[in-house]
Design a protein around this ligand. Structure first.
Ligand code: M6R
Length: 638
């Protein structure tokens, strides 16, 4: 998830007069990047069209570093510019990997948001044709490809008959070759007043001005300059000049965009119109899961985790897995345990990072230590990974932050692609971590022959359906919010689950503690009778995550019995169950259904109502859900 801005224009018009507002292309792009920095902040860059050449500046680190670079080495005044703020996926957060990337021997600049799944094969082809690459990014491959196609179009005159400029035509041809998710913006020195963009499975909005037009990942990219915006559809190309906006599909067929007026204030625009980053991030989850799955399997469903970097032979010899993490990430680890043990038959332990190294753990060279961390900087987890390495274990990091310390110090890394998580409480990173853990489990099963290829492909197909199912849960969340508002004065809430529903119950409780400051506990439902049932009294709210009947039937029946037991003792039962499960209706005061899904994958759905509940309840109490008291996003002390 990166932030993208494009501008072409004559400095804007002062409202109510014919005078120019006097902003340069660079002013517009830098302001847009400042507002889009929440989308990624590990590097930033801009390119402008100078007198007769492309000039660009890019810098790793926050936008402030780029500002310093521009002060030290200013760019020429220009009417055309593109800018990018990066959340690294392919290639670490370095100056070299920062965007823009150049093509057509420096005559073209391109920025990109998304993941190009087939970049490796295109790179091989382009290398064979003599192209050279300076970065590790998929974006540079797209820039070189676009540059090379542009050259071909210019030389053959192809496309000119349609009245379409060469860059637009080249972008259409390029987009047809790319797989995955991408928003691409390009400028070329031959065409000084044009910005061309393409969009597939990745956001892009057009801003309309007077003698100027804009492009942005979202409207906050240009909200300081215009409130008139146009939605771009899937698989479309847009070409903006100061006076015009033209849209086609990838085949060059003209298309129309839908204009709308932006009535959010600038702060709301950064949050996609949601009142908080937390709510935005909960709603980002379909995209976070989809992006984490992108580029991980071939057309036959065979997993290709190329970035893992651990010799397959070494992975085959693994006889024990230890998952290390803290907080929400540790609950993702607990889900991972169920999946990995079931699919790969490798004994898997999950341990809180800060407990691990103080108990003399049994670690051998055949132990795979999997750390899970959104930030990649959690000191407890980093120390545990270092300790595991000292003991001779192989270390693999599941992480959301490219280039952070834990993946850098691990033998291998599997990045989640949730994009920056701004709210302190983790939501989308959690679902992305679980997704990555499934990928790891399936990959190990494939490598070690624990599953037939067809079985793995079937699970991948089911995983591919999850984003739409999360969206369904989000679209039907009004009742959850309503209940949360009614329960704003509640003092204590319990959460029960079994199997993969157990970590979900604990995550539901953690969300409520951190956001709403309410005492909450998550228990394995089977543990009730061993003590926690004493907590049940008249009116005690209890969430119960009910396993699917299509899993182990006996488990479903046992949880239904648990609901009856607590209901009989006065509990207010709030049930999360699978669509069509009527068996719980008589014992549930409230019931929220999630779409049918294979039982092991259910946490990707059952977690969502619990996040929404905690967020809505905290909001009803008037609390700041993005920055709860006493907490930090990244815990860099032990
Ligand atoms: O960055 P990490 O995933 O390593 O962070 C681990 C925990 O600190 C984190 O999950 C924490 O529990 C969050 N506040 C949960 O919402």
């Amino acid at each position: 998830m990166c932030g993208i801005v494009g501008y072409v224009g004559r400095g804007g018009t002062v409202a109510g007069s014919s005078g120019t507002a006097g902003h340069t292309a660079l002013d517009v792009v830098m302001e847009g990047l400042r507002r889009l920095e929440y989308r990624g902040y590990d590097s930033a860059g801009v390119a402008v069209l100078g007198e007769d050449s492309i000039e660009s500046r890019k810098k790793s680190g926050k936008l402030a570093n780029l500002v310093a670079e521009l002060n030290a080495d200013p760019l020429p005044t220009s009417m055309t510019a593109i800018g990018h703020t990066r959340w690294a996926t392919h290639g670490g957060p370095t100056d070299q990997n920062a965007h823009p990337h150049l093509g057509d021997q420096g005559r073209l600049a391109l920025i990109h948001n998304g993941i190009i799944e087939n970049f490796a094969e295109i790179k091989v082809r382009l290398r064979a044709e003599g192209h050279e690459f300076e970065s590790e990014t998929d974006t540079e491959v797209a820039a070189e490809l676009l540059g090379s196609i542009y050259r071909g179009v210019v030389e053959s005159g192809d496309g000119a008959d349609d009245g379409v400029d060469h860059l637009t035509h080249a972008m259409q041809l390029t987009s047809r070759q790319l797989e995955g998710a991408f928003t691409l913006l390009a400028i070329h020195q031959d065409l000084p007043d044009i910005v061309v963009a393409a969009r597939r499975n990745s956001p892009l909005v057009i801003g309309l001005g007077e003698n100027e037009n804009f492009l942005g990942s979202d409207v906050s990219g240009f909200i300081d300059f215009t409130r008139r915006a146009v939605e771009l559809g899937q698989d479309q190309i847009v070409t903006i000049t100061p006076e015009s906006v033209s849209i086609t599909d990838f085949d060059g067929v003209p298309a129309e965009g839908k204009e709308f007026h932006v009535d959010w204030d600038a702060a709301a625009a950064e949050k996609g119109g949601f009142p908080s980053f937390m709510e935005k991030e909960i709603h980002d989850q379909p995209e976070a899961v989809a992006d984490t799955l992108l580029g991980r399997s071939d057309v036959d469903g065979k997993l290709m985790l190329d970035e893992l970097r651990i010799d397959p032979a070494a992975l085959k010899s693994v006889d024990k897995i230890i998952v290390l993490a803290c907080g929400t990430s540790a609950y993702a680890g607990q889900v991972a345990k169920y999946a990995i043990e079931h699919w790969c038959r490798i004994p898997t332990e999950v341990e809180l990072s800060h407990e691990f190294r103080y108990r003399d753990p049994i670690v051998t060279p055949n132990t795979l230590v999997v750390s899970i961390s959104q930030s990649g900087e959690t000191m407890d987890t980093l120390m545990a990974v270092r300790y595991a390495k000292e003991q001779g274990a192989k270390t693999l990091s599941i992480c959301n932050t490219n280039g952070s310390t834990i993946p850098r110090e691990s033998d291998a890394v599997l990045y989640t692609h949730a994009g920056p998580e701004i709210a302190v409480a983790s939501t989308k990173a959690f679902l992305a971590q679980i997704t990555a853990a499934y990928l790891l489990g399936l990959y190990l099963a494939q490598l070690r022959g624990n599953k037939f290829q067809g079985e793995i492909a079937d699970i991948m197909t089911e995983l591919g359906r999850i984003p739409a199912k999360i969206q369904e849960v989000l679209d039907h969340s009004e009742d959850v919010k309503q209940l949360a508002q009614e329960m704003a004065q509640t003092k204590s809430v319990l959460f029960l689950g079994r199997h993969v529903g157990f970590p979900v119950a604990m995550e539901g409780a953690l969300k409520l503690k951190e956001l709403a400051y309410i005492h909450a506990e998550g228990f394995a439902a089977g543990e009730l009778k061993h003590g926690p049932i004493a907590l049940i009294e008249e009116g005690q709210p209890v969430f119960v995550v009910v396993p699917s009947r299509r899993g182990r039937d006996s488990l479903h029946a046992k949880v239904v019995s648990n609901i009856q037991e607590i209901r009989a003792r006065g509990a207010k039962t709030i049930v999360i169950a699978e669509e069509g499960d009527e068996s719980v209706r008589d014992y549930a005061e409230h019931i929220f259904y999630i779409p049918e899904t294979p039982p092991l994958l259910a946490p990707l759905l059952t977690t969502v109502p619990l996040q929404i509940f905690a967020c809505a309840l905290a909001t009803a109490k008037g609390l700041d859900v993005d920055q709860p008291r006493n907490l930090a996003k990244s815990v860099t002390v032990e």
